[in-house]
Each structure stands twice: as C-alpha cells, then as structure tokens.
Design a protein around this ligand. Structure first.
Ligand SMILES: [Zn+2]
Length: 520
C-alpha cells in the first residue's frame, strides 16, 4: 500500500434521537380543588392556600351521588411576633344533625401552620350540578362542565341556619376553591417527560475506558414540561451481552448507567434503548420516555474479552472488525492475523495490511494502525487505477478507520488470488523463469491482461505531488497494479455502521483524543 497526502474531510454527523413521552393521569370520580386567599384578622394578614380532594363513594354512574373529602390540607402563613412550635390534633364538627365530622392535625412552626385532614367523615352530595348537603338542602358549590367551584364555609348562609364552624373561638375564613371533576374513567394529558443527558460534551455516547476491566458511565435525567406529581421513575436498558450494567439511583429522576466489561460481540456496540417509566405515588399518573445510548470501545486499546491467549494483546479494532463483513474481501472467508509491526511488510510504517508472498495460505495480516503515519485516524490514501482508461490514474481516494481496513484486505486478497492462480506448486526458479520482467505476472499472461510482458510496470501515469512537481506513479509493478485496481470499486462508508471504535467513523474525534496513541 502506498501512502499519499490527499486529505478528504469527513464530517461526522452526530444525531440524537429522543422519544418524549406523554404523562397522562386517570383519576375517575375525583374532584381536585385548590384555592388561595388573604384574611385580615387582629391587624395581621394571613395567607391561606388550600388543597382539597374528593372521591365518589360509589364509583359508578354519573357524578351525582355522595362524595367523600379524602384530602384536605390548609397551609397558612401569618406574621407572628414570636416563634411558635406546636403540634396538635383537633376535631372539626358540624352540628350533630348533619352527621359530619373529621379530625385534623395541626402543625405550627414559626410563621407556618399546616392543617391536614387525618380522619375524614366529611361527605358532600352532588345533585343537579350543585355540591352541598342534600339532607339540609344547603348547597355550597357548583359544577359547570368539568369545572368545579366550592366555598366550604359560607358564614352568613350557615349562620342563618344556626351552624357555627369555629376554631379557637374564631370562624374559619372561607376560601373559594376551584378545580376539576373527573367523572367516568378518562385520561387526561398532564405534560410530557423526556430523557436528557446532562453531561453535554458526550451527548448520548458511552465510551468505554482503555483499562481492564473496561468501564463506562453516563448520567441520564428526566426533563418534564410541567412539574409532575410525586412518584417513582423506573429506568431500564435493553440487554448488552457480556457487559454488566448497573443503574445507580433507579427510582429517581436522575440515574447513572454504569457499564463494566466490553461485550464479546461487535453487534453489542452502538445503539441501545433506555426507557424510563413514571408512575405517580397515587398510581393515577403514568408516563414513559425513551432515548438511545451509543456504546463505543477504545479502538487502539486491547481490553476486549477474547479468551484466546494469542488474541489478548491485539487491539480492539482488530478483535471487533474481524466479526464484521468488512473482514471478508469480496465476501470470502479469509484468515486474519494481527501483524503488528513485524509480519511480512508490517515493519514499514505506512503499511496497513500485507500478504506473505510464497505462503499460498489464505491468511492476511493487519499491521499496527496506531502508527503516527495514519494520523490517529487509520488514514491512508491510494491511487484509483483503471488501465482501460486514458489516463489510467483516475484520482486518489482517502479512507479512514474501517474503510481503510476493508479496502486494504481487498488489496491483499488480490495478491493472494494472483499467487494462487500463477505460482502455486511451482519452485522459485520456475516462478522466476515464467516472469522475466519480475512484475509478478507470468509473461505469457500479460498480453491478455493488457500488460506489456517486457515492462515491470506497464502504465506510468503522472501526477502532481504535494510540492507541485510532476512525478510518475510508481505502484511497484504490474501485479501490484492489479491489486490497486481491485480497490477501485470499493465504496467508502459501506461498513461505517459496523465501526464502533473510538476514534472511528461514527464518533466525533474530539471525544476520542485521549485514546489515540501519540508519538509513534
Ligand atoms: Zn500490494
């Protein structure tokens, strides 16, 4: 292989897929009400905020019927001259004839008072779109469509009937509560959730480290368009064979996915789905979101899980690409060995791959692609040749990563085929005798192949080198020319989706700079 100096920039598009999910809440036969008010008493301004929920007693039919107040929380803030700390329970009753009562817990700390209904025998009736006490024909709220408004304490109206709602001798203020009624079973959208990756540098890329065992981690977090009711978040990820996955903090809004051990198979890298399922504490709201993680291995490290002791020290790219179609020149099964810096021509620093002439074995070697000559990108440039064209040098092609690997194997495979068809079972003397110009092709074959049997390299196209000088292309003879021609129809990019190395064709180089050996 030759190494030329034409740089083809490949812009790597990195895209994020995210599936935001809807959160929907189904709370049949429920009324949820909220209200706020200011109340002036003894020269203080008291602020109230109130939350009330009612549930229909018989969960059938339409909304008419008996409803129980299931939740009632009153937050009060008032300026107090001194700090008060108090916890107590109290009963809240209306006249016995009405038959309602409830028990509240009151907690008072500083300026804050919280009153929470802890035991409810408080019931209201709904009839003709009114809410109140059917028995006494006292109506304190109304329903319009699914909107509900309710003012529980309406002192004037109640006083007329002899009711007194009192607490410590003072009447309850009357907060206007408004909200919604959900009648028959129905679901409403309450917003959406989405999975985001807060460590924005890496987006959704999970890059294993170069040590043994290989580890990687990524933080994922929930993003929602609106605050969601309290609840749990259950995270999961699809299976990654032979890698141990832990989800730290599962149940919460933010988790860390932790990975240990590189997968055995190349197919386990790349895209993996993560899912989060949300469920509110009251089980009424659910939601789901998905996103994708992309797993990468450090290409030049050697921490793959091969159990073969000979393979142990081989780089990860060699271990994983061997499992892909890029390892089969023209679809053929060949035996691949890691040549490092010693096998056949691997001692030359710009050689990507080699075939051992005279071996007659379908064995191809890949050399050490971490060498400086390959610019940390396994980059190589070769002439695109076609001897049926004039001029026969069509141009130059630069490849990187898995393309360099695949196209180099095609080249070496051609050497193997040529040796098998012309030199097999012949002695060195016989081979020399049939090839007077020493170009690797028997002289008798050359004319048929449109080569000159008296020339070492029949075609001598010229090109302008980096210095602007016109030079003649030297590929190393006619048989070598054939090997280059065999690379002509290779389409860079066809194996891109098999390359999950870092650096590699599917990840931004900047993210992999720590994994590129330097200074060799
Ligand atoms: Zn060659």
């Amino acid at each position: 292989m030759m190494n030329k100096y034409y740089v083809l920039m490949i812009i790597i598009m990195s895209s994020i897929f995210s599936f935001a999910g809807e959160v929907s809440c189904g709370r049949p036969y429920t009324i949820v009400l909220n209200g706020q008010m200011h109340h002036k008493t003894h020269g203080y301004t008291i602020q109230w905020s109130e939350h009330m929920e009612l549930e229909k007693v018989h969960k059938s039919g339409d909304i008419d019927g008996r409803w129980k107040i299931s939740k009632w929380v009153v937050h009060t803030t008032m300026p107090m001259p001194t700090t008060v700390n108090m916890e107590q329970d109290y009963d809240f009753t209306v006249p016995k004839s009405v038959g309602l009562h409830g028990r509240f817990h009151m907690s008072m700390h500083g300026n804050e008072m919280v009153q929470t209904l802890i035991n409810s025998h408080l019931y209201l009736d709904i009839e003709n779109n009114r809410i109140g006490l059917k028995k006494t024909n006292l109506w304190i709220g109304e329903i319009y469509d699914n909107l509900v408004s309710l003012q529980f304490f309406q002192p004037e109206q109640l006083k007329k009937r002899g009711y007194r709602f009192q607490q410590k001798g003072e009447e309850f203020p009357s907060t206007l509560l408004t909200g919604f009624i959900t009648g028959k079973k129905s679901k409403g959208t309450e917003g959406d959730i989405e999975i985001v990756f807060p460590d924005s540098d890496n987006e959704n890329n999970v890059i294993f480290g170069p040590y043994n065992p290989a580890v990687a981690a990524i933080t994922a977090r929930i993003k929602s368009s609106k605050p969601l009711p309290e609840g749990s978040y259950t995270w999961s990820i699809d299976t990654i064979e032979s890698t141990e996955v832990k989800i730290i903090g599962n149940g919460g809004k933010q988790v860390v996915f932790h990975f240990k051990g590189l997968p055995e198979y190349n197919s386990q890298f790349g895209k993996h789905h993560i899912t989060v399922k949300y469920r509110s504490a009251d089980a009424q709201c659910t939601g789901k979101a998905e996103n994708i993680l992309k797993l990468f291995y450090p290409a030049f490290a050697s921490n793959h899980p091969s159990r073969n002791s000979k393979e142990k020290s081989m780089p990860n790219w060699f271990y994983y690409w061997k499992q892909t179609p890029a390892a089969k020149p023209h679809g053929d099964n060949v035996r691949l060995l890691y040549g490092g810096r010693t096998a056949c021509n691997c001692n030359k620093e710009d050689v990507v791959a080699c075939y051992e002439t005279g071996s007659f074995n379908k064995v191809l070697y890949l050399c050490d692609l971490s060498r400086a000559k390959f610019k940390g990108r396994m980059q190589t440039t070769y002439p695109v040749l076609d001897r049926s064209k004039q001029p026969p040098l069509l141009g130059w092609q630069t490849t990187e990563y898995i393309d360099t690997y695949a196209v180099s194997l095609i080249h070496e495979y051609q050497h193997y085929l040529d040796e098998m068809r012309w030199d097999r079972e012949k002695s060195k003397a016989q081979i020399n005798a049939q090839d007077k110009d020493h170009d690797g092709i028997p002289d008798i074959e050359e004319a048929g192949l449109k080569f000159d049997s008296e020339k070492y390299q029949t075609y001598q196209p010229t090109y302008r080198d980096n210095n602007g000088s016109i030079v003649s292309l030297d590929v190393g003879g006619d048989e070598e020319w054939l090997a280059y021609e065999s690379m002509r129809d290779y389409h860079p990019g066809i194996y891109e989706h098999y390359d999950w190395g870092c650096p590699g064709t599917q990840i931004d180089d900047a993210l992999c700079k720590d994994f590129i050996p330097s200074g060799n």
